[in-house]
Write a protein that binds this ligand. Structure first.
Ligand code: DMJ
Length: 575
């Protein structure tokens, strides 16, 4: 009972944060009126259905659609498998795109199609397949998709045929979870990256995995344990996460790849993009979902290290975990999720700054290139593609929720325009092979339906979020924030609950209350300055005019300054 009340309090506080930030938009331009919002919502709805219907017509029940040839690919066995090794001979797909679409169908309010999908999966889906799959990919797409759809089916039972839903998706999820468990049987508890669904870990399997691969399992496996009462899934994911965390350097940095048998790092350089991204995301989101201090403590230290060693103004480079010295100066498309995570934490100022830069790159190319070499100011010679990724849309959605600044709706409009212009074809939506020529690739990734379309839709219609607080998994599948799942509410959040008025609230955020103690506001820096919550850019063009317009940086507690171009930031390297 106590736990449940605390969790509700916490959830309310998160909602309060969003409301509070809402008030910072200061009545900016309302050019984005109701009808334009409705128009955009319908435009995104059409995008989703175009992708979904073409998949159902030309690829289902295989995994993903090939939109240029109206055919399919059984890609679950190919995900993460760059050299396409050990491909199965008799694998005919798991209806991956349908699984990934279920939660989006609920967000769009289409319970008829949702029910049809659930019925088909209940009757036909089996994981008893001789297929070697990537544990991380299968976890976020399949296990996450099934669990989220199960919870939604249960929540919206009244919208489905009477007596229709009897936990079929949860049973499938449990079957899959059991097949994951052998991967964790290593001397370190760190899971193998690859597992055969039917036969477990293959002989001579590679022992190399990524930080995301063993650090981004806790949401799905934790929820599976909470729903089934079988603690093995959460215990395995938590053991792996703890072991991974114990491998951090004295700077609180981690590498990108490691060996699951020896527990040694293989690649010491890392950043916030490929191979690491969702590790950070899951620490924070596990804290919100399960309320355990342990996740917050890990996230907090990791976040501060990222801001200290990877950040350069609004950009993030990579660094060696042992020395903190920069290694690669590259922008990657996956990094664009970071402002969304920062917004969830309350560090909206930093989020806003980076988001603008990613959007600027999107505008320059028409979409986000997979990798851009910041030090050479050029596209990466081989990674010039854009596979319909969601990260910029995701961050735009979070920032709009936090600020209600209509500018983010315009950003969304640009993204929607580019996607329709460059990637829509008769047979669905195609990935871009080369952003410099806009040559297309015959692949519609399932995350286009689970994430890209969902976040864009939620930008213009968030009614799905009205009655329940959700955390979105890294694949965009909503999981409810439930009091029952909270062990206890950490003390630091008492700050939020004690907030009485707006002025007080504006000086506290999850991070600032830890990093910049409130006394700092009465000290050298002066009273009434918020640290983390937002850039108090009350001006209509969102730009500062003087240093005084900029708040305090949440991680260094240093005064931000106003750049020549009119942006608040810490323009020097943070050391
Ligand atoms: C998705 O599968 C997830 O968002 C994952 O965390 C990163 N990559 C893709 C989308 O780009």
């Amino acid at each position: 009972m106590r736990a449940s009340r605390s969790a509700k309090g916490f959830a309310k506080c998160v909602a309060f944060l969003l409301l509070l930030l809402d008030s910072f938009s200061n009545g900016r331009s309302t050019a984005f009126g109701y009808s334009r919002k409705t128009y955009m919502r319908e435009k995104v709805r059409k995008m989703f259905y175009h992708a979904y219907e073409k998949y159902m017509a030309n690829a289902f029940p295989h995994d993903e659609l090939k939109p240029l040839t109206n055919s399919f690919t059984d890609s679950l066995s190919e995900l993460g498998n760059l050299n396409l090794e050990h491909l199965p001979r008799n694998y005919n797909g798991s209806a991956l795109t349908l699984i990934e679409s279920l939660s989006s169908l609920v967000v769009l309010g289409n319970f008829t199609e949702f029910e049809k999908g659930v019925l088909w999966l209940s009757d036909n889906l089996t994981f008893d397949a001789d297929a070697r799959i990537n544990l991380f990919e299968c976890n976020i797409r399949v296990l996450g998709g099934l669990l989220s759809a199960h919870i939604l089916a249960d929540n919206y039972k009244r919208r489905l045929a009477d007596g229709f839903y009897k936990n079929q998706l949860l049973n499938l999820a449990e079957d899959l979870g059991q097949r994951f468990l052998p991967a964790f049987e290593t001397p370190t508890g760190l899971p193998y990256a690859w597992i055969n669904l039917k036969y477990g870990v293959m002989e001579n399997e590679t022992t190399e995995t990524s930080t995301s691969g063993c650090g981004s399992l806790i949401l799905e496996m934790g929820v599976l344990s909470r729903l089934t009462g079988d603690s093995r899934y959460e215990a395995a994911a938590l053991r792996a996460l703890r072991r991974l965390w114990s491998m951090r350097s004295s700077l609180n940095l981690l590498g990108t790849t490691l060996d699951v048998v020896t527990g040694e790092w293989i690649e010491y350089s890392s950043g916030i993009g490929a191979g690491v991204d969702s590790f950070y995301e899951y620490l924070m989101k596990a804290y919100v979902l399960f309320g355990s201090d342990e996740y917050w403590d890990m996230f907090h230290s990791a976040y501060l290290a990222v801001q200290k060693y990877f950040r350069h103004g609004p950009w993030y480079h990579e660094a060696d975990m042992r020395t903190g010295k920069p290694t690669y100066w590259q922008l990657t498309s996956l990094q664009a999720f970071w402002p969304g995570l920062q917004t969830l934490v309350g560090d909206v100022a930093a989020a806003n700054l980076s988001h603008r830069e990613f959007f600027h790159v999107w505008q320059s190319f028409g979409v986000l290139p997979e990798r851009y070499l910041l030090d050479h100011n050029m596209l990466h010679p081989t990674e010039k593609y854009y596979p319909l990724r969601p990260e910029l849309a995701e961050s735009t959605f979070y920032l709009y929720q936090a600020t209600k600044d209509p500018w983010y709706l315009e950003v969304g409009e640009t993204i929607v325009g580019s996607l329709n212009h460059h990637t829509r074809v008769d047979g669905g939506f195609a990935s871009v092979r080369d952003v410099s020529t806009m040559q297309l690739e015959d692949h519609q990734h399932s995350f286009f339906l689970s994430e890209t379309c969902k976040y864009l839709y939620l930008l213009y219609d968030d009614s799905f979020l009205a009655d329940q607080n959700y955390i979105f998994t890294t694949e965009g599948h909503p999981l409810p924030v439930r009091g029952l799942w909270h062990e206890k509410l950490p003390d630091m959040y008492s700050n939020w609950m004690a907030v009485k008025d707006e002025n007080q609230a504006s000086r506290i955020s999850a991070l600032s209350s830890q990093v910049c103690p409130e006394t700092i506001f009465g000290g050298n820096i002066g009273p009434r300055r918020e640290s983390a919550c937002h850039v108090p850019d009350a001006h209509l063009n969102h730009r500062c005019r003087a240093d005084d317009d900029c708040g305090i940086d949440s991680t260094s507690c240093r005064q931000r300054t106003c750049s020549v171009a009119g942006y608040c930031g810490l323009w020097l390297f943070v050391t």
